[in-house]
Design a protein around this ligand. Structure first.
Ligand SMILES: [Zn+2]
Ligand SMILES: [Zn+2]
Length: 122
């Protein structure tokens, strides 16, 4: 299958780049690891520092976790709306590495899954 092999090639390339360059996420400043490359290569993205997607200068593009990226833009929007925002980045979920954690120390999706598992086991 052509699509599969494209993703596979992208994954191989990303895995190599992560090992060779040991990049850090621009938002959370944590190292980007092979776990974050994952199977689908869907958890990393490029952030435009000046928010201008047409400005593709190398200094304007940074590698970020998708979850961190979402959080960053959420925070920017809250600031624009004049609402209070947390100063500190909450961190990526240690379970799925995809979403930002909530007050329980894992993301809302993973805590929901955990609750459903417990409920199902009863
Ligand atoms: Zn991050
Ligand atoms: Zn999670």
């Amino acid at each position: 299958m052509r699509i599969y092999s494209k993703v596979k090639r992208l994954r191989e390339f990303l895995e190599w780049a992560v090992e060779a360059f040991q990049p850090k996420c621009w938002v959370c400043e944590q190292p980007i690891t092979l776990e974050h490359v994952g199977d689908s290569c869907d958890d990393l993205t490029i952030h435009h520092v000046d928010e201008n997607r047409a400005n593709n200068g190398i200094e304007n593009r940074v590698l970020v976790h998708k979850g961190c990226h979402r959080w960053h833009h959420w925070r920017e929007n809250e600031i624009k709306a004049g609402r209070p925002v947390p100063d500190k980045y909450p961190g990526l979920c240690p379970s799925c590495h995809r979403r930002v954690i909530d007050r329980f120390g894992i993301c809302r999706e993973c805590s929901k899954e955990a609750r459903e598992l417990v409920a199902g086991a009863k």
